[in-house]
Design a protein around this ligand. Structure first.
Ligand SMILES: *[C@@H]1O[C@H](CO)[C@@H](O)[C@H](O)[C@H]1NC(C)=O
Length: 194
């Protein structure tokens, strides 16, 4: 008797929490796809840069800049598309959403919800590191000036994606924001050093 009562409570708790779990699972798979897409473009950028060095001719660098710029624009497009997908699976406005699916997560579902949130943070961190390591390589060879026109839209698309993911998973991703800030600052320090 006591057991079945507990089971029903646990089940209803899970079903209440499941919209949050589902959204986080969606976020994980969406970001995993995005990471794979981004790697095809960063791979292309690396391949373009591979035969070059700082002392390559201006003509070679100009040709590389065109290719790298195109890949960076494709990454920006991929980030924007992912942001649209994230928004599309985010139900309603913030107030409506919290009314439909409470963000309070049942104790039973909490470990799953936490693990999902960690996964979302880890994939976003992988994406950030992949992007900035590749961008740093491009800046080292091609210089920042020519790349800025591609980097500005990319970084704002990145910030908008993180914002949209935060709304979707119903949690702040402080560590991811700190990482983004650190990477951007690192780039700025690199700029100062040039
Ligand atoms: C491209 O190069 C950067 C810098 O070495 C590296 O971090 C990144 O993983 C590389 N990406 C691919 C897909 O090769």
């Amino acid at each position: 008797m006591r057991f079945s009562h507990f089971s029903i409570l646990a089940l209803s708790g899970l079903s209440l929490a499941s919209p949050v779990l589902e959204r986080r699972a969606d976020a994980v798979s969406l970001l995993t796809d995005l990471y794979a897409t981004i790697q095809t473009y960063t791979g292309a950028i690396n391949a373009t840069l591979a035969p070059l060095s700082v002392s390559s001719s201006p003509l070679e660098k100009a040709a590389a800049l065109t290719d790298v710029g195109a890949s960076l624009s494709s990454i920006t497009d991929a980030l924007k598309a992912a942001t649209s997908s994230v928004k599309a699976i985010t139900p309603g406005s913030a107030s409506k959403r919290s009314a439909l699916s409470p963000s309070t997560i049942d104790a039973q579902a909490e470990p799953v919800a936490k693990r999902q949130l960690v996964e979302v943070g880890v994939i976003l961190a992988l994406i950030l590191v992949e992007l900035f390591a590749t961008i740093a390589g491009a800046i080292a060879i091609l210089g920042l000036a020519g790349l800025l026109v591609f980097l500005n839209p990319l970084t704002s698309a990145l910030a908008l994606l993180i914002l949209a993911v935060e709304v979707l998973v119903d949690a702040l991703l402080i560590a991811v924001i700190v990482l983004l800030d650190t990477l951007l600052t690192g780039l700025a320090i690199g700029i100062g050093g040039l």
